[in-house]
Design a protein around this ligand. Structure first.
Ligand SMILES: *Cc1c(COP(=O)(O)O)cnc(C)c1O
Length: 449
């Protein structure tokens, strides 16, 4: 069967995520037949460089032999068993290892990032209720935050395209300024912006801490709203304020965890420990859905009681799936055995050098980089930039999905310098071509990540 056959069948039967389906009347969809390393291949042998790790999950590219092997082995032991009243080796080992790596514990599992957010929000509220402070039931989030798209998670997400339509369903929280380093005015440093954002937060806490359960943040990089990067002092100061005002700190490391910002977890760069840590995306290297929330002993103890309703009331059918946990264990093995963090540091320096031609372009603003994430904003009048750039890059054999006018690369950690060079050359070529073309609208501007 050809690409066209698969495409037709997919559009007739699958409701694709984050997609206005009607757009696919003109815009092709890519049926992937095979994937290996950083490459996706369609049914006609065309190859695409996966520069976004397939929505940030395939940390070590596609088909990593070690993760595949771990899953195969687990298949012969136990594929799945309910985690209420039962337990199994991979979930125990994974929980122990995540605890050792984070200094947190009592790992609670789900299958996707949004559910991890839901769990952290519910747990935070329930903690305060259990300790006699039920009025602490609201949440603080940052401008341009993204924490997932279920109703609870969407309430702490500030991407109007995703949340505005559903506003009547959402419980409003409090939004505070982002420490986004791009907000620096002349003479201001990234640290100045972070400290100003902290002062705004402190004003809110001084007035409203009594009704606030938690503040949720994406440490160091706000991903889905456009790769806003910020100074770690924001997190250090945030920890101090959360302690002072008795508000939980929820670190959503769903996107930035597992080495993406240059350390295994982003919070390490601020020397802080959150009250809740949400993990997902890279946790299984893109093989199987899995997420989890780690918390402190203090939180855990507040639920430990004879009364069932003081326990945490939440469950998902696939909680702690054994195959997913075995994939996650293989991911941790790869980090440990191949010294990925140190290797990435060298790779990142090489990649930044390679991307210099992009950074130096007149139409590129705020070229920025944290760990294994690169991003820049394109100065273009085109309302359809994201769509046009995405489509043109596909023709160059590269998968890149800009967010509005922000182009970002989140490559799998196995990407080679030659491949980054190809990505850089294709990007420059496409930017040149787009500037020359007339502004042919293929639809309204979107910010789909
Ligand atoms: C992707 C993401 C989520 C949601 O994860 P899903 O698995 O897509 O539900 C939450 N928070 C952050 C920071 C994310 O990047």
């Amino acid at each position: 069967m050809s690409n066209q056959d698969w495409l037709t069948r997919s559009l007739a039967s699958v409701w694709h995520p984050c997609t206005q389906m009607k757009r696919h009347e003109t815009l092709p969809i890519i049926p992937v037949a095979r994937a290996e390393g950083v490459w996706l291949e369609d049914f006609e042998g065309n190859r695409y460089l996966d520069a976004v790790s397939s929505w940030w999950v395939n940390l070590f590219g596609h088909g990593h032999p070690r993760i595949k092997q771990a899953i195969k082995q687990q298949l012969d032991e136990v594929e799945h068993v309910m985690l209420a009243g039962f337990t199994h080796r991979p979930v125990i080992e994974l929980s122990e290892r995540l605890s050792a790596l984070t200094g947190l514990g009592h790992v609670f599992y789900a299958s996707d990032g949004a559910s991890a957010t839901e769990i952290a929000l519910k747990m935070s509220f329930h903690y305060w209720k259990n300790v006699g402070q039920p009025d602490k039931c609201r949440f603080i989030s940052l401008d341009n935050s993204y924490h997932g798209e279920t109703a609870g998670a969407l309430a702490v997400t500030d991407v109007p395209l995703f949340s505005a339509t559903y506003a009547p369903l959402l419980k409003p929280g409090v939004r505070v300024p982002s420490p986004d380093a791009r907000l620096a005015r002349a003479g201001q440093s990234a640290e100045d912006v972070a400290r100003a954002a902290i002062r705004s937060l402190e004003n809110v806490l001084a007035k409203k801490a009594g009704e606030m359960a938690a503040i949720i943040v994406e440490p160091l990089v706000q991903g889905a709203a456009g790769m806003a990067m910020y100074h770690p002092v924001y997190l250090t100061e945030l920890r101090r304020l959360c302690d002072q005002y008795q508000v939980h700190l929820i670190a959503d490391e769903i996107a930035v965890g597992f080495g993406r910002t240059g350390t295994l977890f982003a919070c390490e760069q601020a020397g802080i420990k959150p009250d809740f840590l949400c993990l997902s995306k890279g946790i299984t290297g893109g093989f199987l859905p899995l997420s989890c929330v780690l918390s402190t002993d203090t939180i855990y103890q507040a639920f430990y009681h004879d009364d069932v309703t003081r326990g945490f009331l939440h469950s998902h059918s696939y909680t702690g799936n054994a195959l997913a946990c075995s994939a996650a264990l293989a991911v941790l093995d790869i980090f440990a055995d191949e010294d990925i963090i140190a290797r990435n540091r060298e790779l990142a320096a090489t990649f930044t050098d390679i991307l210099a031609p992009l950074a130096e372009r007149a139409d590129v603003r705020h070229f920025r980089h944290t760990g294994m994430i690169w991003a820049f904003d394109v100065d273009t009048p085109r309302a359809d930039f994201a769509q046009a750039f995405f489509s043109a890059m596909l023709k160059q054999g590269c998968l890149v999905r800009p967010i509005g006018k922000t182009v970002y690369f989140m490559p799998p950690y196995v990407m080679q310098p030659e491949e980054m060079m190809q990505l850089c050359q294709a990007s420059c070529l496409v930017l040149d071509a787009l500037h020359q073309e007339s502004n042919v609208l293929t639809g309204p501007a979107t910010a789909l990540p």
